[in-house]
Design a protein around this ligand. Structure first.
Ligand code: ADP
Ligand code: MG
Ligand code: ZN
Length: 478
């Protein structure tokens, strides 16, 4: 549409960590508790209370940094970011500024053209979250400090993305990784994974970046895409009319799909960062980094590639199966038992994920263990049941937790491979449809399907379709 312009996007993502306790105190950080019940002098910001760094937070930062190809700083510093707001009782947020724990990272994304593109990540730093304000109640505005001091990683990308789709691809990749690592629950709606999008445009061919707007309040992938696309249009219209983009922070409104200015650069804070004198510099030695590196799981991108190259899966299957770690583990356990990766993939993507979606569950809730499913696939492979009957057996195992053999036995679902039995059924059907059979014999091949269907119906799906076909051919040539 605005082909004269190139879009430039840089993303800042706040990843809320799944540690048991907060970043600088021992308070629990469970979501949805009684307001202000998860607090202590440190996270309430009482004078004289001293922060103590949670080691788990550092470990998670290193993990995330390594998984996204960062260099881990042997020496990093916590700083005070000073501003006043009622959700921040200390009057400053403890963050990292000049010396963050991770720098110079990158991630590969898949482009629409099917290639790979590297997106640079400037830095990842650790910081504490602020509390939560609720406005407009009968009692005015309320402050809940349960979230204060909750550990966050801020992941700041380079301005390397050139479309809303690239931005979403990058975000989804990062989202998958933090969930694989188990450092974040990944819930966008609850704010566990929050994204601010910096968007600018420039005439094609121009080197310097255009003036950017920062978009906030984006709590789903769909809204992020919508907000970026709206912003690109808005800026292009401005430039087309001879106007100028002003640097500002804009708030996205999901109801209207539009954004409005929240504050301009002139109103931006001067945070007067300085090193926090209450916290010593953080030292991370090589041995610690190597220990964390050794514990990293196989990451989604590597897994996808392995599924394609070693297991011979189509790219699409590999992408679906590797997207979530628990699904990938389920699939791999199934392949270890049954072999036949593509058949396993069909069943996991088709039946297991479908049934989970219908029951609103995750793979952890799956009543069919890989063992039970492998038992079922074994009975298809040895021709005990047809693929079609297997779907029925699947539902029954899902419901009852019984083994495939048990269900097949109890419900008499064994495939009929006895030629005599199938032939008897076929004879019955031919006798009842003599006209059609004459037509079939006369060359109307289309009618084969009709006869196969009738035999399957009368045998309640238990006849072996290949054998039915053969028998029909035999009858025709008799
Ligand atoms: P701030 O200090 O205001 O947060 P940063 O320099 O840290 O600014 O940049 C924040 C984010 O904005 C980064 O992800 C960066 O890539 C992105 N960014 C910076 N300049 C631009 C621009 N002109 N267009 C798009 N994104 C940009
Ligand atoms: Mg920033
Ligand atoms: Zn506390």
């Amino acid at each position: 549409m605005h082909s004269r312009y190139e879009v430039v996007i840089g993303l800042e993502v706040h990843v809320q960590l799944t540690t048991k306790t907060k970043i600088f105190c021992g308070c629990s950080k469970d979501f949805g508790q009684e307001p202000n019940s998860q607090t202590c002098p440190v996270c309430l910001g009482l004078p004289g209370a001293l922060p103590v760094l949670n080691k788990q937070v550092v470990e998670y930062a290193i993990k995330t940094g390594l998984a996204t190809n960062h260099q881990i700083a042997p020496h990093s510093i916590f700083a005070r970011k000073n501003y006043f707001y009622p959700d921040l009782p200390k009057g400053y947020q403890i963050s990292q500024f000049e010396l963050p724990i991770c720098e110079h990272g990158w991630l590969n994304i898949e482009t629409e053209a099917g290639g790979k593109k590297r997106i640079g990540i400037t830095r990842i730093h650790m910081e504490e979250d602020a509390g939560k304000l609720t406005h407009g109640g009968a009692s005015g505005s309320l402050v809940d400090l349960n979230r204060a001091c909750t550990p966050l990683l801020e992941v700041v990308s380079e301005p390397d993305m050139r479309s809303a789709d690239e931005a979403i691809a990058y975000l989804k990749q990062l989202h998958q990784i933090v969930m694989y690592l188990g450092v974040c629950d990944g819930n966008l709606e609850e704010g566990s994974f929050r994204c601010d999008a910096n968007v600018s445009i420039r005439p094609k061919g121009q080197k310097e970046l255009g003036t950017r707007a920062e978009l906030k309040n984006l709590n789903s992938f769909r809204f992020i895409k919508q907000a970026i696309e709206y912003e690109v249009e808005r800026q292009a219209d401005l430039l087309d009319e001879g106007g100028k983009v002003v640097q500002e922070t804009r708030l996205f409104d999901a109801d209207t799909g539009m954004s409005r200015s929240m504050r301009s650069k002139e109103e931006a804070h001067d945070y007067r960062y300085f090193p926090d004198p209450d916290l010593v510099p953080l030292v991370v030695d090589e041995a610690w980094i190597e220990r964390v590196r050794a514990e990293l799981p196989e990451l989604p991108e590597v897994k996808r590639q392995r599924y394609v190259e070693q297991l011979g899966l189509p790219e699409y299957d590999a992408g679906v199966l590797a997207a979530e770690r628990a699904v990938a583990e389920y699939f791999e356990a199934l392949v270890a038992l049954h072999g036949q990766p593509k058949i396993c993939s069909n069943w996991v993507m088709g039946e297991v994920l479908r049934a989970l979606k219908e029951s609103d569950g995750t793979i952890a809730d799956c009543p069919l263990s890989p063992e039970l499913l492998a038992g079922l696939l074994g009975r298809i492979a040895d021709n005990t049941i047809s693929n079609k009957i297997a779907k029925t057996v699947f539902e029954e195992i899902w419901r009852s937790g019984k083994s495939a053999d048990q269900v097949i036995e109890e419900q008499g679902l064994k495939q009929v491979t006895d030629t005599g039995a199938i032939e008897a059924i076929l004879d019955e059907i031919i006798a009842a449809n003599l006209d059609q059979f004459a037509e079939l014999k006369g060359g109307k091949d289309k009618l084969t399907g009709f006869f196969v269907g009738q035999v399957m119906k009368l045998s309640k799906g238990k006849a072996n379709p290949g054998m039915v076909n053969q028998l029909i051919q035999k009858k025709i040539s008799e």
